[in-house]
Design a protein around this ligand. Structure first.
Ligand SMILES: O=P(O)(O)OC[C@H]1O[C@](O)(CO)[C@@H](O)[C@@H]1O
Length: 209
């Protein structure tokens, strides 16, 4: 018996929670749905020109860009602590609109640390998450709206789409070591496109060029 006990390795003890090391304004952050900004954190803004290559209808994209360079979405983030078990989160606001038949969308990314999952909490508006398994290309369109939560598994490219008429506001919560890897989506894009057909969102395969 004692021999068995001797062979049991002690569980790894995590370092003590660095509560004192966390800034007070990282422990409590206020936001409003109108500003969709976390406290006074900087807003990263993505305008139409930043989304070059994302939309399927390139002629419609160039035509829209000639009319102006509207703000499509903004994200502010809180990163209280790094290290094993810690979390970061971001508040996003994605405007309504379309390029051709395709709804306004975010660039989309994989996590640099591929196993990292993410939780999206819908706070306002009506949209969806486009999920794509990196290895198999398997795709899902999952609704994201007020009072809904979407689970994004690890190893899954994810893009947010606004399918409604009002701004889509959402909170994304992810492991502190997740990181953003934009390169695979920038190179290959998603295999599917979310378009409006007969007034409703529909997932269709991207046409080959
Ligand atoms: O597709 P993008 O450009 O990364 O935008 C989505 C944003 O949503 C989040 O996943 C959560 O707010 C951010 O990490 C990310 O920047």
């Amino acid at each position: 018996m004692s021999q068995i006990r001797d062979n049991i390795k002690p569980a790894q003890v995590p370092p003590p929670c660095p509560l004192a090391a966390i800034a007070r304004d990282d422990l409590f952050v206020h936001y409003t749905l109108e500003s969709a900004r976390l406290g006074n954190r900087p807003m990263v803004e993505r305008r139409l020109a930043d989304l070059r290559g994302c939309f399927a209808d390139e002629a419609a994209f160039e035509a829209a860009l000639r009319q102006g360079n509207p703000l499509l979405y903004s994200v502010s983030s809180v990163e209280p602590a790094a290290g094993d078990g810690q979390l970061h989160y971001g508040l996003g606001i994605l405007q309504p609109g379309k390029i051709g038949a395709e709804y306004y969308l975010t660039k989309g990314h994989l996590h640099a640390h591929r196993p990292a999952a993410e939780i999206y909490v819908g706070l306002a508006g009506e949209g969806a998450m486009l999920l794509e398994d990196e290895a198999t290309g398997e795709s899902r369109l999952v609704p994201l709206r007020t009072h809904s939560v979407v689970y994004v598994p690890g190893h899954t490219a994810h893009r947010t789409v606004n399918t409604g008429a009002a701004p889509l506001v959402y909170l994304g919560i992810y492991p502190s070591n997740a990181g953003h890897d934009y390169a695979p989506v920038a190179k290959n894009n998603f295999r599917h496109v979310v378009i409006e057909r007969d007034g409703k969102p529909m997932l269709v395969p991207r046409e080959k060029k």
